[in-house]
Design a protein around this ligand. Structure first.
Ligand code: CAA
Length: 272
């Protein structure tokens, strides 16, 4: 497996730079594995984490079709680095005190930049899988929600803690949460900031698969292999269709299916 200095269309990000931020990215053929790698801080995330995630997305090698996001150690991620709530903040990145003093445009830009780290995981040319064990709190839950699929260990603990801390979930997690569990259940989960365990997560559709912790890597590998067995262009077109479906009427979706199929059939039979 290659330790990645990624080289896609955007500025590359080196393994050393990633390590300083607490991330690793390894590319093995068509699979990229991004590891949150600050287990001693339960993979707490900072603004640097989110900018780096965005840069990883922008510079992924073209052959990558599956992106796995995992966390080192007992927790997937304990959410935002709590030093953001202190006057000193995170060294080099400020604190919420600093963010609060930004004008509207700068605030908007800062949050949009953070959200960029999450949004690319939905793009159609890849399938993203979150491999989640232990706690996935706040930004950790939202990162898992940003992925197309979640494979979880039996000890998983999802928690949208932001409202308990006086904040809203703003790292693009509210839409997938509502899309998956519905508005009422999302309100109940977020506004109580309670923990959702494995059995409930599976029942609500927040997890596609629940496995014993020691089987998590193998389960993710098997899922990735199954995803890679289909035709790449058809998979991309199908994901594009499925992602857009909730925002369309049946007639609009039927038209979109026709348009995608025209491209597929013409591509498949171009030479005959
Ligand atoms: N930020 C910074 N450090 C953290 C951290 C965080 N979010 N979570 C854990 N750590 C640190 C702890 O301070 C501790 O450090 P020391 O060893 O120096 O004491 C170390 O990681 C291990 O933590 P625990 O001993 O608490 O580990 P645990 O396994 O017993 O418990 C836990 C794990 C339940 C996740 C617990 O650490 C915890 O509750 N962490 C805080 C979770 C939290 O409130 N996150 C904010 C979510 S809201 C959000 O994310 C906002 C947003 O998006 C805008």
């Amino acid at each position: 497996m290659a330790d990645a200095t990624l080289g896609g269309s955007t500025e590359a990000i080196s393994a050393t730079e990633l390590a300083e931020i607490g991330l690793r990215c390894e590319v093995d053929g068509e699979i990229a594995t991004i590891t949150l790698d600050r287990p001693e801080r339960r993979n707490a995330q900072t603004f640097a984490t989110w900018s780096a995630l965005a840069r990883i997305g922008e510079s992924l090698p073209g052959q990558v079709r599956v992106v796995v996001i995992r966390g080192e150690g007992p927790s997937f991620s304990a959410g935002i680095d709590l030093r953001m709530f202190t006057p000193e903040g995170v060294p080099g990145q400020g604190s919420f005190g600093t963010v609060a003093r930004l004008d509207d445009a700068a605030f908007e830009q800062a949050v949009a930049e953070a959200q960029r780290g999450f949004l690319w995981l939905r793009r159609p040319d890849i399938v993203s899988i979150a491999a989640v064990q232990g706690h996935a709190i706040g930004a950790g839950f939202q990162l898992a929600l940003s992925c197309d699929l979640r494979v979880v260990a039996e000890d998983v603990k999802f928690c949208m803690k932001e409202p308990a801390l006086g904040l809203v979930p703003d790292l693009t997690g509210t839409k997938p949460l509502v899309d998956i569990v519905g508005v009422s259940r999302a309100i109940e989960i977020c506004l109580t900031a309670r923990t959702v365990g494995a059995e409930e997560a599976y029942r609500l559709g927040l997890a596609e698969l629940v496995v014993p912790g020691e089987e998590l890597p193998a389960a993710v590998r098997d899922l990735a292999a199954a995803l890679l067995a289909t035709n790449r262009d058809a998979a991309t077109a199908t994901k594009r269709l499925l992602r857009a479906a909730p925002g369309r009427t049946l007639e609009e979706q039927a038209a979109a299916e026709r348009a995608e199929q025209a491209l597929r059939i013409r591509a498949l039979f171009a030479s005959s």
